[in-house]
Write a protein that binds this ligand. Structure first.
Ligand SMILES: Cc1ncc(C[n+]2csc(CCOP(=O)(O)OP(=O)(O)O)c2C)c(N)n1
Ligand SMILES: [Mg+2]
Length: 1002
């Protein structure tokens, strides 16, 4: 039957008549046979009995009680849109018995003509109903300006009855308007009535689907969900509000409108990205929050762009007005270090009592960069973390709201990436409410030039999210839609979109002249009566409020603003830390600094190393059959544990396992991280005989331990890294890692790195301990997959290349560098970028002894030469400094050339902040040696540009630091294996040629 529905509604009405006449019913039934499992005897619908079914259908249409109850159920299911397979799910009717019954009780043959007409008319009415449900939104009056079509198309679908003459397209006539039709189960327009006149049917459909709300939901592949939405909107009289509710709505509109008016009056030439034209957004958000609170939500996390952000801070989050107003004072001094940020990017966190429900509610608006939509995955990650740490598996206590501009929602790819996280087990937040401020313009660009999809919201269709378009000049319609959106989330834990179709009263910002580019639109906008006035007039006219009450409400709020303005003048200092979106209770001292600034030793007791090593080598579940290859890998781990060594994978196990023991949650996310891109990790074991049976041994290490989350992500970098950053934002007591498949793929997440990870603390006082694991190394695999672009991260670091830091007895690295990429500083919640190995994962020499990890040991920023050269430093002619994989090429070559006494090789395990102190020690150890920086990367890539000035600062520009490595190149690596090896050979020859730099200038 769903085929039938589909055919009927997609063909033009002429076609419907034609199909009905051509006996489409039978053809559809014939088609549906493929859904029927062939039973041992006669199939349910064989070609021979489909005529019979067809007749049965006509009979049922006439009177459902006249057929066997199982047939009744079948036809009702089918009519309700159930796919044919599901329509048959109930007990199949006994064909022979029901056939006999049917023919006994009805002289069917005699009534065939009448039945055919009845079917035609009912089918026509049913298709008409479905046409409204599917395409009513195309003719809904969504644009408050009345000049644009929200779907960019002025075409009115011809199967919608906006004029009576179109009835003919269905084979119906004006004379049919007063005929009564039985309503199918796929509609609720009847309320308690099961039949209505055609006239009433059309009226109710127009009312539901073609007024100020445009519903897009018929693409959802779930009958129950479609029925739910139909019921919410079609049921007669659903959109009723009490006088109290209307007055609250008006009061909220007063606040929203007068806030912008106040700012405009006081700071007429300041940018604020006002909300004028979409003032209803404030009551919309407040409705969503009230309703969610009523349903048990305790914490709402929001992300939003510039438009109306100050208004949200003031009237939704309830930041003190004076804190907002003082931001407009150019003399306001910043109390915190760092760059700070403009007022419409800052975040906020507030716990308060929800007035509507009297329950406690926490609201957080996540700080966001100018980069539109970038905050979406961050909000989702933070929401997921807050749910996770509360054990809120269904999102009943914590939820997210994302606000979007129409142009950005359609144009930015991260929106799509974020939607695709919405239903993945380790990433779902159990439904996000999206609110689009669809002012039908993006800066100066018309929607027709800004998107190829009909609506700006079409991206949400990929996850089957219902989309509720609503005319923002109808505040009650907006409220209704917002309430339903919350109920939807509560019922189905899925995303939903509220599209506020509005306008932008001013230019893009308050300084901008919109008439340059949108002359006609803005002529109309200038004539537009503000929504507050429209709604107040309406409520005054119907007696809900008096003019006096309305004016008093305005005066009351204006006074609040004026008083706050006076107070704001006393504010001379801006504390960005007052604008934190996640406060991390207990982590900071009163000055806003982390309480603990010491770096604890990283070593752990040997028995713990053994315990974790054994855990990493075994399968904790009984009767769990793992792959033979994996058994060998686990055996290898056991062997290593016995021999007191670890390779990279086992080292990672030790690190994660020991943190779990300390109660620190560890989360590792990224593409294929569970096994590991290079098949080295295997943190999730798969039973080879039982489908979907898996086991995570890391979660079986200790009786009392923190949970370990390891999750393969969707194939996204921007979205997923943003998500993990958001996750890491929620709590300082977690280790959150994102691993790129290959390091270079991080560039598709560059926005998160530049806008949040690198600069977040400086801009927003926002600590974050996210860890990026980026596989890196030149292995002849071509320009892609080779370089994780360390030079870019280094260039973003803020340690001064020309200043040798001061080291005191209580030297504490963390205090020297306020910012990025601090390898050892996990306790300080600084971002950490690790360039992880590829071939070294299996290199026999790339192993560490337990001795380097047991209690009392620490991470080593520099690993000095400890071989022959170190014992006779005066004989050393050259010190090679390097980092990463090239070390193994160097030691091999040094051995080959028998230069172990004359060349020292020192590894920098931490590049930034640069280990000035330890490098200096090394330099001083070898006074007669020349200094070389050797890297396998091309000269303009990698580390050289970063380390060179720092080396020179250490030696006070008295000695050169020579470069040995590959020539400068535009592509990070060659795709030719031979060229790769030749260049390797060349630089190895140079680096051990002790005369190579003789007589050269520096
Ligand atoms: C990623 C990104 N690209 C470009 C911009 C510059 N920009 C700021 S606002 C804006 C228009 C946004 O239009 P829309 O999303 O419809 O929001 P509106 O301003 O209309 O509320 C543009 C292009 C930006 N901030 N971020
Ligand atoms: Mg816009």
């Amino acid at each position: 039957m769903s085929h039938l529905r589909f055919l009927v509604v997609t063909l033009k009405p002429h076609g419907i008549q034609f199909l009905v006449k051509q006996d489409v019913v039978r053809r559809v039934f014939l088609q549906s046979q493929r859904y029927v499992s062939s039973g041992a005897t006669e199939p349910f619908l064989s070609g021979s009995n489909s005529n019979y079914v067809e007749e049965m259908y006509y009979t049922w249409l006439e009177n459902p009680k006249s057929v066997h109850k199982s047939w009744d159920l079948f036809f009702r299911n089918a009519n309700a849109g159930a796919p044919p397979g599901q329509a048959y799910q109930t007990h199949l009717p006994d064909l022979s018995k029901s056939r006999a019954l049917l023919f006994q009780s009805h002289g069917l043959a005699k009534t065939a003509g009448k039945a055919e007409k009845l079917v035609e008319d009912h089918l026509a009415v049913q298709s008409l109903i479905r046409a409204y449900q599917i395409r009513g939104h195309h003719v809904a009056q969504l644009d408050p300006l009345g000049i644009l079509d929200a779907d960019l198309d002025s075409f009115v679908p011809s199967d919608l009855i906006t004029t009576i003459d179109k009835l003919g397209l269905y084979g119906l006539h004006e004379s049919d308007l007063d005929k009564v039709f039985r309503l199918p189960t796929i509609t609720f327009i009847g309320g308690d009535e099961t039949a209505l006149s055609l006239r009433e049917i059309i009226k109710r459909l127009e009312n539901t689907y073609c007024q100020h709300i445009g519903l897009e939901f018929m693409f959802i592949n779930d009958v129950e969900q479609c029925q739910w939405i139909r019921q919410k909107f079609e049921t007669p009289g659903v959109m009723k509000f009490t006088n109290e509710e209307k007055r609250t709505l008006l009061a909220r509109l007063v606040r929203s409108t007068r806030f912008e008016d106040f700012l405009a009056r006081k700071w007429s030439s300041e940018k604020r990205f006002g909300l004028e034209g979409c003032e209803v957004m404030i009551p919309a958000l407040k409705t969503i929050i009230d309703k969610s609170s009523e349903m048990g939500v305790e914490y709402v996390i929001m992300g939003m762009p510039h438009r109306g952000r100050l208004n949200v801070l003031a009237n939704v989050i309830r930041k003190e007005l004076e804190q907002i107003f003082c931001q407009f004072d150019p003399k306001l001094e910043a109390a915190d270090e760092g760059s700070g940020d403009v007022k419409y990017h800052l975040g906020m966190y507030h716990e308060r009592i929800n007035r509507a429900t009297n329950k406690k509610i926490t609201l957080s608006l996540v700080a966001n960069p100018s980069h539109l939509e970038a905050v979406n995955p961050v909000v989702q990650g933070k929401t997921k973390a807050e749910q996770f740490y509360r054990g809120d598996t269904e999102g009943k206590k914590v939820m997210s709201i994302l606000l979007h501009g129409d142009a950005a929602f359609a144009g930015q790819g991260v929106v799509y990436e974020t939607f695709h996280l919405s239903d993945l087990p380790s990433y779902t937040t159990n439904g996000t409410i999206h609110v689009v401020v669809n002012n039908q313009i993006g800066f100066t660009t018309d929607p027709r030039m800004a998107r190829s999809s009909p609506y700006p919201t079409d991206v949400a269709r990929v996850v089957n999210a219902p989309i509720f378009h609503v005319n923002a000049d109808d505040p009650e319609a907006v409220m209704y839609v917002c309430n339903v959106a919350v109920e939807w989330r509560n019922a189905f834990h899925k995303d939903v979109v509220v599209d506020l179709v509005c306008y932008r009263r001013r230019g893009h910002n308050e300084m901008d002249e919109p008439l340059f580019t949108q002359p006609l639109m803005y002529k109309q906008i200038h004539k537009q009566v503000p929504v507050l006035k429209k709604y107040a007039d309406k409520l005054i006219a119907d007696g809900t409020v008096t003019l006096q009450e309305f004016e008093e409400e305005i005066a009351k709020y204006d006074k609040i603003c004026e008083e706050a303005y006076t107070r704001s003048k006393d504010k001379k200092i801006l504390h960005i830390k007052h604008w934190l979106d996640s406060p991390w209770p207990g982590f900071f001292n009163l000055n806003g600094e982390p309480k603990s600034m010491t770096c604890p030793p990283t070593g752990i007791p040997e028995d713990m190393l053994n315990h974790i090593g054994n855990g990493a080598s075994s399968v904790p579940l009984e009767g769990f059959k793992i792959h033979g290859g994996l058994s060998r890998i686990l055996k290898g781990r056991l062997e290593m544990t016995k021999n007191r060594v670890v390779d990279w994978a086992l080292g990672e196990y030790m690190a994660f396992g020991s943190l779990l023991k300390e109660g620190i949650h560890v989360r590792l996310s990224g593409q294929d991280v569970e096994r590991g891109t290079f098949s080295h990790r295997h943190h999730v074991l798969h039973d080879q005989e039982v489908d979907k049976r898996t086991c995570v041994p890391m979660n079986h290490l200790w009786e009392q331990q923190a949970p370990y989350t390891v999750c393969n992500s969707s194939l996204s970098e921007y979205g997923v890294l943003g998500f993990e950053l958001g996750f890491a934002m929620a709590s300082p007591n977690a280790l959150v890692c994102w691993e790129a498949q290959f390091g270079d793929f991080h560039n598709t997440a560059q926005c998160i790195i530049d806008q949040f990870i690198s600069s977040g603390q400086a801009k927003w006082f926002r600590h974050n301990g996210i860890v990026l694991l980026l596989p890196h190394g030149m292995e002849g695999m071509g320009p892609e997959h080779s370089s994780a672009r360390p030079e870019r991260f280094l260039q973003m670091s803020n340690d001064d290349s020309d200043a040798y830091p001061e080291f005191s007895a209580e030297f504490d690295v963390s205090q020297l560098y306020e910012c990025n990429w601090i390898v050892i500083l996990l306790p300080f919640r600084k971002p950490l970028i690790i360039f992880t190995p590829k071939s070294l994962l299996r290199h026999p020499e790339a192993k560490s002894s337990f001795d380097e990890m047991v209690s009392g040991t620490s991470f080593r920023r520099v690993i000095p030469e400890d071989g022959a050269a170190a014992h006779t430093p005066n004989e050393v002619k050259r010190v090679i400094f390097c980092t990463g994989k090239v070390y193994y090429d160097l030691i091999k070559e040094r051995k080959n050339q028998d230069l172990e006494k004359h060349v020292a090789i020192t590894r920098l395990e931490q590049i930034s902040p640069f280990p000035f102190d330890l490098v200096k020690e090394e330099l001083e150890k070898y006074p007669g040696a020349d200094l070389v920086w050797c890297q396998e990367e091309h000269k303009n890539i990698g580390y050289y540009d970063y380390v060179k000035p720092r080396f020179r600062t250490i030696v006070n520009h008295t000695r050169p630091i020579w470069y040995v490595g590959r020539e400068p190149a535009a592509a990070p690596a060659t795709g030719n294996k031979n060229a790769h090896l030749v260049s390797l050979r060349r630089f190895l020859d140079t680096v051990f040629n002790l005369e190579a730099f003789e007589g050269k200038m520096f």
